[in-house]
Every structure is written in C-alpha cells, then in structure tokens.
Write a protein that binds this ligand. Structure first.
Ligand code: ASP
Length: 723
C-alpha cells in the first residue's frame, strides 16, 4: 500500500476521531438496522422507490424476501420458495450430498424438476418478521448490580426470558434478543424458521469456486459464486423437518430480477445479515486482535489445513469429508492475514489511541461526565492489560476442541457422563440417558463426518508442543505435567491414547460405550482422562473469563455512550447477524499507486486467468466454446460484446453478507454479494471509502451460465425473467 493511500486513510480516521466537521460526500459506513433506515438518506443517495417499499411495519416490503441461510444471506426469487444465495453458502450441504461416484461438488447439480431436488443437510432458514426494542427491560434488571458475573448472568437470563415469553405468545415464531451495543441496547427479533431446504441448482466447482484460494478476497475476480435452493414447509404451511410430503414455501415477497444488470456509478443497495464487526471498540481491543488473535489463529489454521490437505491427497473420500473444514479455515486465515496487513498499513492502533486520549480529555473537561466516567478509560486499559496476560492460554483453549476432533469427542462424552453420574437414582439416570442420547449421537456424528485420525494426531502434537512453551499465566498445567521435550513425544503420547480409546471409533462408541447408562458410567480410557483433566483445569479460568465479560459489558456500554456525546452523533450498531441495509455505488478504486481497478470483470478475463497454468483457474471448456462462438444471448454488457462476471462496489459488508441480494435503485435484483477485496478485510475494524470494496456476481453471468452452459433454463423461467 502506498504512502499516500495510507496517509489519506489515516487522516480520515483522525478526522472522525477528533470530530472535526467531516461531512463526507461519499456514502458513510453503515449497516443500518431496520429501526434506523430513516437515518440512511436513501432517497438523497439515489433510491427511486419509497423507503416504505423496503420496510413498512405491518405491510409487505422487500425485507420479506430476505432470508438468513445458516451463516449466510439469501433472497426469494420466485413465488415458489426459490432462493438465490452463494455457491460457498451451499458448499457444506453439497459436500454432504456428494460421494466420489456422485460428486455434485465437483460436477455441479441441476434438478430439472422439484422431484429431483435433494435435501440440503445442515441448512436452515430464518426470516425476520418483526422487532422490538427491549433495552430498558434488560438494563433495568441490572441497574443496581455491581458484581460482573451476576450482571452477565442476569443479562443472559433476561434475554432468554424475553425470547421465551415472545415464543409463548406466538408459537409460530422463534425469538431472539440481540445485543446491538454491548451493555447499552438490546432488540427482540421475531423470526419465522424453515427447516426443510433443498438443493436446486449448484454450478460445478470450477465455476462456483473458480479461482479458489488464489483469488479469494481478491479483485479482479471471476467467480460464479451463486447457487439456488428451495424452502419447503409442511402442507399446512408450518415449518417441518425434511419430508417427501412437504411442499414449496410461498414467501410473502420475492425479488424481481432485472436481467439488464447495472452500470458503473449506479446506485445500489444490499439487504442481508452481516455477522460481526468491531468498530466501536477502544485501541486496546484492536491491539488484542493485532498482537494475539489474528496471528495465532491464522498460523494455527494454516498448520491444520496442511495436515488435512495431506490426509486427503490420495483419497477422494477423505478429501471430500474434509473439504468444508479446509475451506472455512482457508477463508478465515486469508481474511486474518489481510486484516494484519491492513492494520499495519493504516496504524489503526495509533489512530484509536489518539481517539481514546481525546475522549479521556473530553471526559475530564465536562464535570457531569467526569462525575460518571472519571475512571472509565483507565478501567478499560486495566481490563485489557489483564486480558493480555493470559491471551495465549485463552486462544489455545478456544481452539483445542475445534482443532483436535478426538478431544472434542472425548470432551462431549465426558460432559455427558458427568451429567449422567450426577443423576440421583437409577431411574433418573435412565430417564436422563433416554432423554438426551439422540441429541448426543447427532452431535457426535457431526464431528465424525469431518474427522481424520492422522490429521488429528498431527494437530494435537503441534498444539501440545506449543503449549509446552507457554509461560507465566499462560501455563497449561495438564500439558506441563506431561513434560514433552519434542513434538514427536507429544505425537507418541496422543497416538497411544487414541489407539486405546473406543471414543474415536464410531461403531465401538455407539455399540459399546453408549449402549446404556451402566456401560457409559463404567467406561474409562486415557483420552477421556485427558479431557477430564482439561475440563477441570479450565473450569476456574472459564469462570474468570465470564467475570471479565461482565466487566467489559459495563465498560463498553459506557464507552459507546460517552463517545456518542463526544462525537455528537448516534452510532450505527456493529454487525451482529441481524438484518441490515447498506448502500453505495458500483465503483472501482485505487488500491496501489498508479493502479485503478475498474468495477466489472468479463468472461475474457476469466479465460485469460485460465491460461496461467494455476489449476485453481481451470474452467469448463463449454465456457470457452460459448465465448468463442459469441454465444452470449441477451446477457452482454452494453458496449463490451462480452458477458460481465463480477462487480465491485463501495457498500459496507462483512461475513454473513455472503449471498445478499444486490439491488438497483428500483429494488430489483442485479447481483449477489459474495466477498470483499483484500484491503477491505479490515472493514470489520474500520470502514473507509478509499479501500472498502465488496464483490458480487453479476446477475447477467448467473443467467448466462444457467442458460448457455448448464442447461438450467427452468431457473430463468421460474424467476420470471423475460429477455
Ligand atoms: N466471502 C466472505 C466470507 O466468506 C464474505 C465477506 O466477508 O465479505 O465471509
């Protein structure tokens, strides 16, 4: 990143921090919740429909076409429950439906009629029905609570209570209270849920994932990251698990597809469910990310992926079983490396430190603030100083079970066995066992689905050897007690435990260990013993982390409140997986000196990448043939004689916005969001018009692939597209 770019961003950050009159002519950062749509200035920015066409409580609006699909977003595009989202959002379900003989992941999947649609295992849908601010109810309950653990417990309890109450009032919905600003504001959301989701049309992997990890988080991009699913409900319209007798869901609203796409500078907006951002946090939090979380996690995931890739190298079934884990890790690790690069380049910690100093000075200068917040900034500092003392231990612990699946299995069995042992009588034990065994088996089978023994052993050896070197408050006593002097020793140790454990063998586990309460209570082995030792060692640490959470909850509530006074504005809450709107324009940018990146890519560029020799740029021959024959149908971009593939825009998005519909000024679908540029990975901490660019697949590419490459014209017809 060049110096000029760096200083521009830096200045912008400082201007924001010092609250100098900084009125941007470009769209400001903003993932607007439904309650704040009127603050967004949509009409002025270029919206051609009414804001009430988007959201109008009690009436139908575009938001009714929006769905959350597991961790992603999507939208209804037909009256028969057809959903468009990303290829990477359906990836795990396609992987689960695939076998080496029927490899839908590699070859794609097209259901020519509803009969052929197959269950999308693991995918569920939520639709936001309504919301209600419940901040007062939550905060009143803790107004006089000083103990941090009690504070956090009461907040959690109250959130659950309010949600259960709402579900009782209306049993057709699921309710959830979301924290909008930590310790400051809470909103109760009502959701409709749909449990039967099916695969309809998934492009083949060398379209849907074209460019692979080489191109992930990269512009220019040429990925056909789209897929089509369908929502099903019981014949009476209620949500129901997958059943042949279920029928397509009739959404209240579906989006109209505009096959003409968009042009550079056009106004566009996105509705979706962005996951998490951290923009209203102090400098110390960013330091925690930069110094601990981001480097540790990215290195660990890199190591894990090398082990998993090695395990699947010569075995297609193993490769398939591990594909989702590998993809998720790779996605996160590249994102984290992008963030690290960005944080260093713009010196966000420095800018935030200055902001915090100014905030402290402001508090000291106002008697009414000083009376309330005199120690706030010092308390925040002290909190993070403490967090830093055992950050390594916390991160290690948090990654232990997700990284080492045999320990995850052992830990799950250990917890269940402990709870079983606590039951007061034989009868109670049997009732507990019978009441919970199915759920336990399901969670164990989910773990087995992506479990590989050799990769697991190597990851365990690596993490154990790593922990052996931790010092002071980071010491993991259970590991120190083993006294490993080499990685090999750690590997021999875990290999021995695994060899003598029935927990890692699905058949033995189900048939012998989990046969009945008595068999489980009588069962013991070294791996289970290790899980027990970790569990006991971590118990007091987990309690301490909860105490800190309570402290932070109060501090952050105060921090945001006082910062709003200082900057004389109401902030837009950080992303928290609730429905948001963001808007902007189709727009290129200049990531490095002398380089301007324009906002459209074409099939020509895709074919050029294919010539690079990198296997991640392999493409189906049919694409080249159609391109050579100029078989573009009506899907060209005017003035290019080519089909546009991906588009770039300055909207404010993050993970979870994957699959979000991109709409034009009339609320018509013109693309599907799926990624950000490498520079924009630091959006999550600081959005800036200079570097924040998101990436979507152009609807013209989706239609062209469906029509000319995949023989899926039925999709175009069902969406009502007339060319
Ligand atoms: N592709 C991204 C993801 O997987 C979406 C984003 O973060 O912008 O999370």
């Amino acid at each position: 990143m060049n110096l000029k770019f760096r200083s521009t961003i830096f200045t912008a950050l400082l201007l924001g921090a010092a609250s100098i009159n900084f009125s941007a002519s470009v769209p400001d950062e903003g993932m607007y919740p439904l309650s704040d749509l009127n603050r967004a200035g949509l009409k002025k920015a270029g919206l051609k429909i009414n804001e009430t066409d988007i959201y109008n409580p009690g009436n139908i609006g575009l938001v009714d076409a929006l769905v959350q699909v597991s961790g992603c977003s999507g939208s209804f595009v037909s009256p028969n429950g057809l959903i468009i989202t990303n290829h990477h959002c359906a990836f795990s379900a396609v992987q689960l439906a695939s076998t080496p003989a029927f490899n839908y992941l590699q070859n794609g999947f097209v259901a020519q009629n509803q009969e052929q649609e197959i269950e999308a295992k693991g995918l569920t849908i939520r639709i936001t029905e309504s919301y209600e601010d419940v901040s007062a109810k939550i905060l009143n309950a803790v107004a006089h609570v000083t103990d941090p653990v009690e504070r956090i417990n009461i907040i959690q309890k109250k959130r659950q209570e309010l949600a259960r109450e709402a579900e009782k009032k209306d049993p057709s919905i699921k309710a959830e209270v979301s924290e909008m600003f930590m310790g400051k504001s809470y909103v109760l959301f009502h959701y409709k849920t749909i449990e039967d989701v099916r695969l309809v049309y998934i492009p083949r992997q060398d379209i849907g994932e074209f460019g692979g990890e080489t191109d992930n988080w990269v512009w220019p991009r040429h990925t056909g990251d789209f897929s089509f699913l369908r929502a099903y409900v019981a014949p009476d319209g209620k949500s129901a698990k997958y059943a042949k007798t279920n029928v397509p869901y009739k959404p209240k609203k579906h989006l109209k597809v505009n096959p003409n796409g968009v042009n550079e500078n056009d106004f566009v907006f996105i509705l979706g469910y962005p996951g998490r951002t951290f923009r209203h946090r102090p400098a110390a939090y960013i330091a925690y990310q930069q110094q601990y979380l981001l480097p540790y996690t990215s290195e660990l995931y890199d190591f894990q992926n090398n082990q998993m890739l090695q395990a699947g190298k010569d075995d297609k079934a193993t490769e398939l079983a591990l594909a989702t884990r590998v993809k998720r890790n790779a996605n996160v690790l590249k994102n984290y490396r992008g963030k690290l690069k960005g944080l260093r380049n713009i010196d966000l910690i420095g800018a935030k430190q200055q902001e915090d100093v100014e905030l402290a000075t402001f508090i000291a200068s106002k008697p009414e603030l000083k009376a309330k917040y005199a120690t706030l900034m010092q308390d925040i500092d002290n909190h993070y100083k403490l967090v830093f003392t055992d950050a390594q231990k916390e991160l290690w612990m948090n990654n232990l079970y997700t990284g080492i699946r045999s320990l995850q299995l052992a830990n799950t069995i250990y917890d269940f066995k402990e709870a079983l042992a606590k039951q007061p009588s034989e009868k109670a034990k049997k009732a507990f066992f019978d009441g919970n065994i199915d759920r336990l088996k399901k969670s164990l089978s989910d773990v087995f689905e992506s479990f590989n023994l050799q990769a697991d052993k190597n990851i365990a050896a690596h993490m154990f050897a790593q922990a052996q070197s931790f010092e002071n408050k980071n010491v993991i006593q259970t590991i120190v007690n083993k006294n490993f002097t080499s990685v090999q020793q750690a590997e021999d140790y875990i290999t021995g435990l695994i060899a003598n454990s029935k927990v890692v063998n699905q058949e033995l586990l189900l048939q012998e260990v989990l046969k009945d309460p008595a068999s489980l209570l009588a069962y013991n082995d070294g791996l289970l013993g290790l899980a027990a030792a970790f569990s006991q060692e971590f118990a007091p640490f987990r309690a301490e982390l909860k105490r800190r959470e309570g402290v932070l909850n109060r501090l952050m509530g105060d921090y945001v409140a006082v910062k709003e006074v200082f900057q004389a504005k109401n902030f837009i809450p950080d992303a928290n997986s609730t429905l948001r709107l963001t808007y902007g324009n189709i727009k290129g940018y200049s990531p490095v000196d002398a380089v301007y990146m324009s906002p459209f890519t074409t099939v020509k560029g895709l074919l050029e990448k294919g010539n690079s020799g990198n296997p991640e740029f392999t493409f189906p021959q049919a694409i080249e043939q159609a391109w050579l024959n100029k078989n573009f149908g009506p899907y060209t971009k005017p003035g290019t004689n080519d089909v546009p593939v991906n588009i770039l825009y300055n909207m404010d998005t993050t993970g979870g916005n994957s699959g979000s519909p991109i709409m034009n000024a009339y609320g018509e679908l013109i693309g599907v969001n799926f990624d950000r540029s490498y520079d924009a990975t630091i959006n999550d901490f600081a959005w800036n018009e200079a570097y924040s660019r998101s990436i979507g697949v152009d609807i013209r590419y989706v239609l062209w692939i469906a029509d000319k490459i995949d023989n899926a014209q039925f999709i175009i017809k069902e969406m009502g597209v007339k060319n």
